[in-house]
Design a protein around this ligand. Structure first.
Ligand code: ADP
Length: 273
């Protein structure tokens, strides 16, 4: 038990003996079927977590897996835009139905529930966590082979609730070269380890820029330290994503699914079919 135990496991990340882990896990909607759940996390915002989540989901869908994305970044949702989804989620007598992309991917996000996408969500943490859990318990996810959860950045209330309440098969950590130097990403890895959740892989985003003339890879933030970090922390898979204006354009135009090849090899490493 933690030294200063509050006897409230819902607000504590300590992996102590008094915690009954299974009793904290929330049940899926009775009509849902989700085989594998992978959360995409980062130590801080703006490092390309949503981009990585969208590219991984696109690669999974392209490989023939029935794929879903749960956008748990409730106050900064960007997943629907990246997939070009403009429709609103519909309800039925049984529950909420996710929106479906052209290729058939299932998506739930705060932005497909709001009447006006520009409306800010100015909510306290507990309400945000409750909404994310409802995405798990009240949405009807149909025949999903793999679900990716785009987590809010950092190690706060919502990531803690998701880690405790949704049965995750593992996480993918997203970082940038600078983030790695500052060891901000180490906090996210430590949090997963504290809660016994496997770290399946790490993506170093904005790792380099490819010269459009000679093809040389320019490391504007200096040499990458991600391989050494992965070895040190026992993380089995590593990917390096370039800064690529084509990715920014695709995300802005809702065309991200056409870029599934960027993380296709990495996906194969983290998912064993
Ligand atoms: P986060 O989810 O970590 O806050 P995003 O995935 O939303 O970050 O990315 C922030 C911005 O950077 C977005 O506009 C996105 O399109 C852009 N971006 C992310 N990764 C790349 C990349 N590798 N190349 C070009 N643009 C990128």
């Amino acid at each position: 038990m933690a030294e200063k135990c509050s006897h409230n496991c819902s607000s504590c990340g300590e992996n102590c003996s008094s915690r009954d882990k299974s009793s904290m896990l929330k049940k899926l909607h009775p009509l849902s079927d989700v085989k594998k759940v992978i959360a995409v996390v980062s130590g801080k915002g703006g490092v390309g977590k949503s981009m990585t989540c969208a590219l991984l989901a696109s690669a999974a869908q392209e490989s023939g897996l029935v794929t879903a994305v749960m956008d748990a970044d409730v106050t900064g949702p960007s997943i629907p835009k990246m997939f070009g989804v403009n429709s609103r989620a519909m309800g039925s007598d049984n529950g909420i139905l996710p929106v479906v992309t052209e290729s058939g991917m299932q998506i739930m996000s705060m932005n497909v529930l709001l009447e006006n996408e520009a409306e800010p969500v100015v909510w306290r943490g507990s309400l945000i966590s409750g909404t994310v859990l409802q995405f798990w318990t009240d949405v009807i996810w149909t025949g999903v082979d793999v679900m990716f959860i785009d987590m809010p950045p950092g190690t706060g209330d919502v990531p803690l609730t998701v880690f405790q309440s949704i049965p995750l098969d593992g996480i993918v950590v997203v970082t940038t070269p600078q983030d790695l130097v500052g060891m901000i990403v180490g906090k996210a890895v430590n949090m997963a380890e504290m809660m016994n959740i496997p770290v399946l892989g790490i993506v170093e985003n904005m790792s380099y820029v490819k010269c459009p003339d000679c093809g040389r890879e320019i490391r504007i933030f200096g040499e990458s330290g991600v391989d050494a970090f992965a070895i040190e922390r026992g993380i089995p898979a590593v990917a390096k994503l370039p800064i690529d204006p084509e990715l920014t354009r695709a995300a802005d135009l809702g065309d991200i699914e056409a870029h599934s090849h960027y993380l296709a090899d990495f996906l194969k490493k983290i998912i064993k079919k």
